[in-house]
Design a protein. Structure first.
Lengths: 98, 464
């Protein structure tokens, strides 16, 4: 049993737009490098990630923290953590810090 | 100490370091149970100007299992918030602090209490209170002249008959640290140590230090699985399991040079960094290479650590270090320590001790198991159950003058109760003498909630 398997009911999960993501995460990803990705967090499919990427920007009120490992991007905001398997997005972030 | 600085990682994170957990039927209010957990080991009372306080970025939790599966059914969560009223002075207070809303108190902390029914991260959460004041640190006769009045004002009554307190207290645990961690020395018995020196009196190494305490008193009917108040100790509903933890959010980004005034970013789910049920488990039973993962794990997964109870290192050391006095400490393969497994991992099943049980089933889990149907003792025995007092450890855990944990553990490790599971075994004669030479705290406990003594004052403190 681990803590990270669920998010807190009291904090509704907000979708993270691709635009937000790129805007906020580049510096953080550089700081964290290839951070540990935990095994039991939800992993979005490519299709789900695309839907997320097409969502309107500005839905997340607080700061976003992200880590990139291979083609998996882990996004954290508030107490929510979401993993996105998206090689394009991962590469785009990596390109920002290289 | 019971869980002070007990693992490599948490020893670097004192505000999240869970040092002791207590769970007992309240002696002055026997329809309720008192749950106490302490953090911040060996707090120096004079540690200003930024006196010790809880971590605003730490989630503190007390967890209760009431159906025997070793998974939490009820969790009380405590979150803290610090307010600095005047950022233009280095002073914690700019005059005497005479009340919890005194304008001279510059750096103050308050907290919220949330109850979660079900799993702690996904269950049904109810905020029971917000903005509850902590008392200030006990500084000295000019800054906190009426400290007891201040601290008592920080005991808050909540709806439903609950009481809560969160703030600085005396370090209640007493132990001869200097001797214990000098190759397992007991000063009163050190003439029998492998490296002998003349016998001496114990030294209270935690004397004069403080901790930070979270305490909550809850009616029994709010803790049992069916809201009952069982009167029969043999009723399975009468046993609850209790542990505590501290968690931090997964990501922490420090503020950059250009983000002056912002506190940085914390994000992600809370990850457990400290936990504690029975005293001394991670401290003495779990080896260095496993300690950090023990702190991060859940009691329901404790079967992975069972080998350290069946063949406990403290028992092996007693036989090794005191060969003349303790040649017959029971050890596997001949004598696996199923007595310790029962006491600490499953609870004691009915049939071993007449009229007593605190069994929670076959799931091996480190929890304090409290049979709430057993009333408080009018004359507590400091050795708890092994001293013939069923209201004492390992039936719950009372504050330390009533459950002398070090002496209990030393005697049990040496085989004091092994005859319960193996009547052919006779403990060594020295077992009854084992102890660290200390039998009481340096200052008196309180007779009512939160029971732990008021903290030492920075101005007047001493460690000798």
């Amino acid at each position: 049993m681990t803590d990270e398997r669920t998010s807190n009911k009291n904090e509704p999960r907000e979708r993270v737009s691709r635009r937000d993501f790129l805007k906020y995460s580049a510096g953080v990803a550089a700081a964290l490098g290839a951070g540990t990705v935990l095994a039991k967090t939800p992993l979005l499919s490519r299709e789900e990630a695309e839907k997320t990427a097409n969502a309107p920007a500005g839905k997340v009120s607080g700061p976003i923290v992200a880590t990139v490992e291979g083609e998996v991007v882990t996004v954290m905001s508030g107490q929510t953590e979401v993993r996105v398997k998206d090689s394009g997005l991962a590469a785009a972030i990596a390109n920002k810090v290289n | 100490m019971t869980s002070h600085r007990e693992a490599p990682k948490i020893s670097q994170d004192p505000v999240a370091d869970n040092t002791d957990v207590y769970a007992f039927v309240s002696p002055d209010r026997p329809d309720s149970v008192t749950l106490i957990t302490n953090y911040i080991p060996l707090e120096e009372p004079a540690g200003g100007p930024n006196f010790h306080q809880f971590g605003d970025d730490v989630l503190y939790e007390i967890l209760i299992d009431n159906n025997g599966d070793s998974v939490e059914d009820i969790t009380y969560q405590f979150r803290f918030s610090t307010e600095i009223r005047n950022p233009d002075t280095f002073l914690y207070n700019t005059g005497p602090i005479d009340s919890l809303d005194d304008p001279d108190w510059n750096m103050r902390q308050s907290y919220s209490v949330t109850r979660v029914m079900g799993l702690r991260r996904s269950g049904e959460a109810t905020v029971l209170a917000r903005g509850l004041a902590c008392p200030p640190a006990r500084i000295g006769p000019r800054s906190t002249p009426s400290y007891e009045t201040l601290a008592n004002a920080a005991i808050h009554s909540l709806d439903g008959g609950l009481k809560v307190f969160a703030g600085q207290r005396d370090e209640s645990f007493f132990v001869d640290l200097g001797a214990i961690f000098d190759l397992g020395t007991s000063r009163p018995l050190q003439e029998f140590h492998l490296i002998p020196t003349p016998a001496a009196a114990g030294v209270d190494a935690t004397k004069g230090y403080n901790v930070h305490t979270v305490a909550i008193q809850v009616p029994k009917t709010q803790l049992t699985r069916d809201a009952s108040n069982p009167a029969d100790p043999m009723d399975a509903r009468s046993v609850i399991g209790v542990w505590a933890s501290a968690s931090r959010q997964k990501a922490r980004i420090l503020p950059s040079r250009t983000s002056t005034g912002t506190p940085g970013v914390s994000a992600g789910p809370f990850i457990q960094v400290s936990r504690l049920g029975n005293p001394l488990i991670n401290e003495l039973f779990i080896p260095l290479g496993k300690k950090d993962s023990w702190n991060a794990s859940h009691p329901s997964d404790d079967k992975q650590f069972a080998q350290y109870y069946v063949n406990p290192e403290p028992a092996r050391l007693l036989r090794l270090l005191y060969p003349a006095a303790l040649p017959n400490v029971p050890l596997p393969p001949d004598r696996p320590r199923n007595d310790i497994v029962a006491a600490l991992l499953t609870g004691i099943p009915s049939g071993l001790i007449p009229g007593f049980q605190n069994f929670t089933g076959q799931t091996q889990a480190d929890m304090i198991r409290l049979n709430i149907a057993i009333p408080p003792s009018n004359s507590p025995n400091r050795l708890g159950l092994i001293g013939g007092d069923p209201a004492g450890f390992p039936n719950g855990r009372r504050i330390d003058a009533f459950d002398d944990i070090v002496d209990i553990y030393l005697r049990v490790a040496a085989g004091a109760v092994y005859p319960l599971i193996d009547p052919t075994f006779t403990p060594d004669g020295a077992v009854g003498l084992l102890g660290d030479g200390l039998q009481n705290n340096d200052i008196e406990y309180l007779n009512s909630f939160p029971y732990l003594a008021h903290p030492h004052e920075g101005y007047e403190h001493h460690h000798d």
